[in-house]
Design a protein around this ligand. Structure first.
Ligand SMILES: [Zn+2]
Ligand SMILES: [Zn+2]
Length: 328
């Protein structure tokens, strides 16, 4: 029996290719937590008086984020969870949300459970039906993404959070970076850097990604070891999404298999390069949407979400009238 290369006492059970180490379960969990905390400290993502809202989907990445921040936070900080139910038949299950709320409680964290339907007046299934009957070419994922980003920022602001933590992992970030590079979208690339603000607006809560250097497989193993019951179903709309990301993912996995650690090095290089590119640039002030009053890109009068919704005939979303607030 092989022993853990870190503690040398417990049996080695997990091979971590990027470090070429065989770890026991305990040392593996500790390694993931430590690397996430190192990343938080390196970029000063969380300050002592911050109130942090975590976006928790019920998937594996969110549970790792909950564990990492739940263990890391001192009593002086406040942590809040947010779960957004998309309203997709067969995908969002009530018991998943209940289990998430219960698990978060064990970490001393309250979770707000809300939905796209609460905020917009339509569930994702209802929005999908409308996109099918319209001429625009946006996928359900575009609607879902724009809605979730808005709802996250809205609740973070309403709850007085000073940071909004999302559970994006290293694989997500590397894929997004490659896509941004291929599209020549330097602004989106800069936005991926933890310390660069290319826009500023006091209505936008600063986003942080503590798991940006943790591999997706590590989050999966972490969840498995901790025995978290994660949402297993795949979103049924995923097959309607553009395939560029799927292709990039496949290629990156291939490189990672052949050169373990390549994704970490790729993101580390970008972190350094982007700081050079951004030097001395000042953040641009955002406009406000004339319909809903939320921040929108400079040069726009109507925000992306209002525009997307009105293009499928939703000209009076609920958020223009009243927005519910719920704490569980
Ligand atoms: Zn060990
Ligand atoms: Zn708007």
């Amino acid at each position: 029996m092989k022993l853990c290369s870190k503690c040398g006492i417990r049996p080695a059970e997990i091979y971590q290719a990027h470090s070429n180490k065989m770890l026991c379960k305990e040392c593996f969990l500790e390694d993931v937590r430590n690397r996430a905390i190192e990343e938080i400290k390196r970029w000063n993502m969380i300050k002592s008086d911050d109130i942090v809202m975590m976006a928790l989907s019920g998937g594996k990445d969110g549970y790792v984020l909950l564990d990492v921040l739940g263990n890391y936070f001192s009593k002086s900080n406040k942590l809040i969870g947010l779960n957004i139910i998309e309203g997709i038949h067969g995908y969002n299950k009530e018991e998943d949300a209940k289990y998430l709320v219960k698990t978060a409680k064990e970490y001393g964290v309250d979770v707000i459970v809300t939905s796209i339907k609460d905020y917009i007046g339509y569930s994702m299934d209802e929005i999908y039906e409308k996109t099918r009957n319209s001429k625009n070419s946006f996928t359900p994922c575009t609607y879902c993404g724009a809605s979730r980003r808005r709802i996250m920022n809205y609740y973070a602001r309403e709850m007085g959070a000073t940071k909004l933590a999302t559970a994006h992992n290293l694989d997500d970030e590397a894929q997004t970076a490659v896509i941004n590079l291929m599209k020549g979208d330097i602004n989106s690339l800069l936005k991926q850097h933890p310390n660069i603000n290319i826009t500023e607006d006091d209505m936008l809560v600063k986003r942080i990604k503590p798991l940006r250097k943790i591999y997706e497989w590590e989050n999966a193993s972490f969840t498995f070891i901790k025995n978290f019951h994660i949402q297993q179903t795949e979103c049924p709309y995923i097959e309607l999404a553009p395939t560029l990301r799927a292709k990039v993912r496949r290629e990156l996995y291939k490189y990672e298999r052949e050169n373990p650690g390549v994704l970490i090095r790729f993101m580390e290089t970008l972190d350094i390069l982007l700081e050079y590119i951004h030097q001395d640039k000042v953040a641009t002030k955002l406009n406000r949407c004339i319909k809903c009053g939320e921040p929108t890109t400079k040069g726009r009068n109507i925000c992306k979400l209002c525009e997307l919704l009105s293009s499928i005939g939703i000209s009076n979303p609920s958020y223009l009238i009243k927005v519910p607030k719920k704490v569980m």
